[in-house]
Design a protein around this ligand. Structure first.
Ligand code: ADP
Length: 591
């Protein structure tokens, strides 16, 4: 609206101005009131304190004698909030009070002046407060009043108050309650009809695209909600326990219903606790260590025994994952009751152990009789029969080895495998094992390169067993080759022993698993090599118990190098003559 049009305002006009900025509001109101004061009209301002002050400044700046007008009763400026509080009853403007306060104010002004102009921010305050129904009701009271008194009313609403689509209906209601609606400045500033048409077209386009966007967003929201419901159900119905933790506070944020079954605590009691407080870790330091490890690895797995009231411990497996969720991270723990699985495993181990013992008795007897027969046939010089017996003996040795391996494994599982603790010459052991195996091998030459030059501390026979396993595998899996290399060396921290063959090699995908119990690269139905997948597991367990490391470097068809280390620091014990240094082998259950 231009200055000229403020003059054109008819007596009973009730119009609304939408504003984007305060500056524009003050501009419009000062023109509306200023034009009136100059023409001998009364001006009533029901505004906020800052608006009233700016307005007065502005009117003065425009050359109007505001103070004098005030004195004469031509200019009235009253605080909107204070006025509003006089009108409101139970959150709504009261018609009686409205007439009393506002009606009489207008009446007074109308007596001395030709027309009355009112600028009111009461409705804008109610709107900003979120009391939109009251704002609309107040607009109606203004309209009712206009039927009996004559005044023109300027209402202003900040445009930002209508940012959400949900206000569309109320916005229309407000517009309906005014005889004239003045759009916000970005439109009002345009002067030529062409510019205004272009602006409207642009707004129509914007409105269209926003509507399309809203539809799209609603579809996306629905899909998201469905997906959320689906995963919620999964969480609620899972027969594994699920916990969500905050990595910073270490506290539980959420727990699924199954956690209740698993631990016997009500779900609400789990929220806000740390893992150790509900028995999922031994103590606070174990809890902290676990979280530190999780920060490094992002995913860890561990097993724990929970005390139960029934006396029998409950075995659980915890898989913890650290997930980055943008601003924050969360930890998700999946907890499974493995008591039954453990029990079955234990029974299986017991069975293997028992079966091996049972098998050993007839084998020992067979072995004894084979030796007796060998002696007898030697006397009778029956070469053919002797050859058969030798073959039988070799097969019996293989059988004995297999049974021993089975026994070792079941003992390892139960943490019952004994380890001797002694110093021994590692190079001499390597030499001895290689010579023994060479004596029984005509297909391959076994070569030793280098020396470790250390006195090892641990179980000589068990380390020998590791070497025998690695060398036997090297020969077994390289039938096309004719050489196996044993490399011995030491670095700053370890003695390092490697066994290299030039055989079939192992694809990278199997490198970790071949050290697991009963794991074999070829499936049983395609099997071309004998064996039960126990040797490398036993090697790994033995090396682990000696605080060493075992690994393989290999590619399919390019041979394999198996290496293991034994840490040097345990040998320093003897060098320094420190008798208080304890043997670092871990006792208890192998993990
Ligand atoms: P197995 O008695 O089957 O040889 P191991 O535990 O000693 O059991 O080895 C596990 C698996 O690893 C073997 O079945 C074989 O597939 C693979 N493997 C072990 N050593 C070698 C090697 N030197 N070359 C190629 N594959 C090997």
């Amino acid at each position: 609206m231009t200055t000229a049009s403020w003059n054109e305002i008819s007596e009973a006009e009730h119009f609304v101005q939408f504003c984007e900025t305060d500056a524009f509001l003050i501009n419009s109101v000062s023109e509306f009131i200023g034009t009136g004061l100059r023409a001998g009209d009364a001006g009533i301002v029901l505004g906020t304190m800052p608006h009233r002050e700016s307005l007065e400044e502005r009117l003065k700046g425009d050359g109007l004698a505001v103070a004098a007008a005030h004195e004469r009763g031509q200019y009235v400026s009253i605080d909107a909030a204070a006025t509003l509080s006089k009108l409101m009853v139970d959150g709504s403007p009261d018609p009686g009070r409205f007439v009393e306060v506002i009606g009489s104010m207008i009446m007074r002004a109308a007596q001395g002046w030709s027309r009355v102009r009112v600028f009111g921010e009461l409705v804008a305050l109610l709107w900003a407060d979120g009391n939109r129904a009251a704002a609309i009701r107040l607009e109606e009271l203004w309209n009712d009043l206009a039927r009996t008194s004559s005044f023109s009313l300027f209402c202003a609403y900040p445009m930002q108050g209508f940012g959400r689509g949900a206000y569309e209906a109320e916005f229309t209601e407000i517009c309906k309650r005014h005889s004239r609606v003045v759009p916000a400045e970005s439109y009002a500033a345009l002067t030529s009809p062409d510019e205004r048409l272009r602006a409207i077209t642009l707004l129509q386009q914007k409105a269209n695209s926003l509507e399309a966007e809203i539809v799209e967003r609603k579809v996306a929201e629905k899909a998201l909600r469905l997906s959320e419901i689906r995963y919620r159900r999964l969480f609620e119905a899972a027969r594994d326990g699920v916990l969500i933790l905050d990595p910073e506070t270490r506290k539980i944020l959420d727990a699924n219903p199954f956690m209740e079954d698993l631990l016997g605590y009500p779900r609400e009691e789990l929220i806000g606790k740390e893992l150790f407080e509900i028995g999922l870790l031994k103590d606070m330091s174990a809890n902290q260590a676990m979280l530190r490890e999780l920060q490094v690895k992002n995913c860890i797995r561990y097993e724990e025994s929970l005390e139960t009231t029934m006396g029998k411990p409950q075995e659980i497996e915890v898989v913890a994952n650290l997930y980055d969720e943008g601003e924050k991270s969360i930890i998700q723990c999946n907890i499974r009751d493995i008591t039954e699985r453990k029990e079955i495993e234990r029974r299986k181990d017991d069975f293997i152990s028992m079966a091996s013992h049972e098998l050993k008795t007839p084998i020992t007897s067979l072995k004894g009789f084979t030796q007796v027969l060998q002696r007898r046939l030697k006397k009778h010089a029956d070469q053919e029969a002797l050859r058969f017996l030798t073959i039988m003996d070799i097969q019996l040795n293989k059988l004995t080895n297999l049974i021993n391996e089975l026994l070792d494994i079941s003992k390892m599982q139960q943490g019952k495998l004994d380890y001797r603790e002694e110093y021994f010459d590692l190079d001499a052991l390597i030499q001895e094992v290689v010579e023994n195996l060479q004596a029984g091998t005509s297909t391959h030459q076994l070569l030793i390169e280098g020396r470790t030059a250390v006195q090892a501390f641990g179980d000589r026979d068990r380390i020998g067993q590791v070497l025998i396993n690695l060398l036997t595998n090297a020969i077994k899996y390289s039938s096309e080759a004719d050489m196996v290399l044993v490399c011995a060396s030491k670095d700053e921290e370890n003695a390092v022993v490697s066994v290299q063959d030039f055989g079939i090699g192992i694809a990278a995908a199997h490198h970790k698993q071949i050290f697991e119990r009963f794991y074999q690269v070829t499936a049983p139905e395609e099997k071309t090599y004998s064996g039960l997948g126990m040797g490398l597991y036993i090697c790994a367990e033995i090396i682990k118990r000696h605080q060493g490391r075992i690994w393989v470097e290999s590619r399919k068809d390019h041979g394999s190098t198996f290496s293991f280390t034994l840490p040097l620091q345990m040998y320093h014990a003897r060098a320094s003559g420190n008798s208080s240094v304890t043997f670092p082998l871990k006792r208890g259950r192998a993990t």
